[in-house]
Design a protein around this ligand. Structure first.
Ligand code: FCA
Length: 324
C-alpha cells in the first residue's frame, strides 16, 4: 500500500520534471533587424537567455512571407514561443493562426497586432511605448527649445513625418502636434510629410519634397515616430543649406542612431530624442515569455513603457536612469 502510494507520488513528480527538462527555445522576431533599436532589444533579450539558460532565436522578418516562414521554422526547431514586432500590424490574424497551428505562445513588442477591423488582438500579450504621452514629451521639448532660441512661432514650420497606417506612429506624432497646438503654435505652419517606409531614406525623401513646397519658413522643428526618421529629415534640411541653429529635431528611441549624432564634434539639427527602454522591451518580454513557458504565467495583456527627453547635454545621466 505504502509503496504503491510512494510510486504514485514518484510518478507525479516525474511528469513535470520531465517537461521542465526540455530545453526552452524562444524566438525574437523583428521587422527591421538593421535598426539599432531592434539590435538593442535583441541584446537585452540575450541577457535574459543567459540568465535563465534558454536559447534565443533571433530572426529578421521584413515581410509577411518571411514572418510566416520564421514562425513555422521555430516550431520545426522545437521552440515553445516567440516575441514579435511584425512588419505590418495588420498581419495580426496571420500571426495568431501560425502560432496556434504550431502550438507556440506569442507576444508582441513595440507594434501591437490588430485584426481585420483594426482592433488589437487580445490573445497576444503586448509591450509597447505609451505613444501619445511620449509624443507630447517630444512636442514640449520642441516648444521649450524654441523659447530658448527666441524663435517667433509664426516664422517656424513644424514638419511631421507621417506613417499613419501604424497606430503607434500616428499616436506619437499626434501627441507632438497636440503639445505644439497647446503652446500656441500656428496650426497652419504644421506640415505633413508622408514616409513610404519607416527608415531614414524614406524620411529623407519625404522631407525633401516638403521642404521644397514650404520654402517660406525661416526655422523648422521636426518630429516623427523614431530617431531614424528625424535623422533623415535633418539630413534633408542640411542638404538645403539650413544650419543646425535653424532646425530643432527631436526623435524617439535613444539608441545608436541618436548617440552617433550626439557624438559629433558640433551639434546638428538632431537636438534630442525621447529615450525609451530597449532593456524593458528586450529583456522583460523575453523573460515574460520564459515564465509563460516554464511556469504558465501569462504576461499582462498590455504593458506600456515611458520615456525621458535626452539631449547631448544630459545623455549620460538619462541613460544611467534607464540602466543603460
Ligand atoms: C516601432 C518603431 C521602432 C521603435 C519601436 C519602439 O516599432 O518602428 O523604431 O520606435 O516602435
Amino acid at each position: 500500500m505504502i509503496s504503491a502510494l510512494a510510486m504514485t507520488l514518484c510518478n507525479l513528480s516525474v511528469v513535470p520534471a520531465a517537461s521542465a527538462a526540455e530545453p526552452v527555445k524562444i524566438g525574437f522576431l523583428v521587422k527591421q533587424a538593421e535598426e539599432p533599436w531592434f539590435q538593442d532589444e535583441w541584446r537585452f533579450a540575450e541577457q535574459a537567455a543567459h540568465e535563465k539558460g534558454f536559447t534565443l532565436v533571433k530572426i529578421g522578418v521584413p515581410n509577411g512571407e518571411k514572418m510566416i516562414a520564421a514562425i513555422d521554422n521555430l516550431a520545426a526547431q522545437k521552440a515553445q514561443g516567440f516575441v514579435i514586432c511584425a512588419p505590418d500590424v495588420k498581419l495580426g490574424i496571420a500571426v495568431e493562426r501560425a502560432a496556434k497551428r504550431n502550438g507556440l505562445k506569442a507576444m508582441s513588442v513595440d507594434d501591437q497586432l490588430v485584426d481585420g477591423s483594426g482592433k488589437p488582438i487580445s490573445s497576444i500579450p503586448h509591450m509597447g511605448i505609451s505613444a501619445y504621452e511620449i509624443g507630447k514629451q517630444v512636442g514640449l521639448g520642441l516648444v521649450d527649445e524654441m523659447k530658448v532660441r527666441g524663435w517667433k512661432m509664426t516664422e517656424v514650420g513644424a514638419m511631421r513625418l507621417a506613417f499613419d497606417q501604424l497606430p503607434t506612429a500616428r499616436e506619437r506624432t499626434q501627441g507632438a502636434v497636440d503639445a505644439l497646438k497647446a503652446a500656441g503654435f500656428p496650426v497652419a505652419n504644421i506640415v505633413d510629410a508622408t514616409q513610404a517606409k519607416t527608415d531614414t531614406e524614406s524620411a529623407f525623401n519625404a522631407a525633401n519634397i516638403a521642404l521644397t513646397k514650404h520654402a517660406q519658413f525661416k526655422h523648422w522643428v521636426v518630429f516623427d515616430m523614431n530617431d531614424e526618421a528625424v535623422l533623415g529629415t535633418i539630413r534633408a534640411t542640411e542638404g538645403r543649406g539650413l544650419r543646425s541653429d535653424a532646425v530643432i529635431g527631436i526623435g524617439i528611441g535613444g539608441s545608436k542612431t541618436a548617440l552617433n549624432e550626439f557624438a559629433k564634434p558640433s551639434p546638428t539639427g538632431f537636438y534630442g530624442t525621447v529615450l525609451i527602454s530597449p532593456k524593458r522591451h528586450g529583456y522583460e518580454t523575453a523573460m515574460n515569455m520564459y515564465k509563460w513557458i516554464t511556469e504558465n504565467k501569462v504576461p499582462a495583456a498590455v504593458t506600456l513603457t515611458t520615456g525621458t527627453l535626452m539631449t547631448r547635454v544630459n545623455q549620460t545621466e538619462v541613460r544611467a536612469q534607464f540602466g543603460l
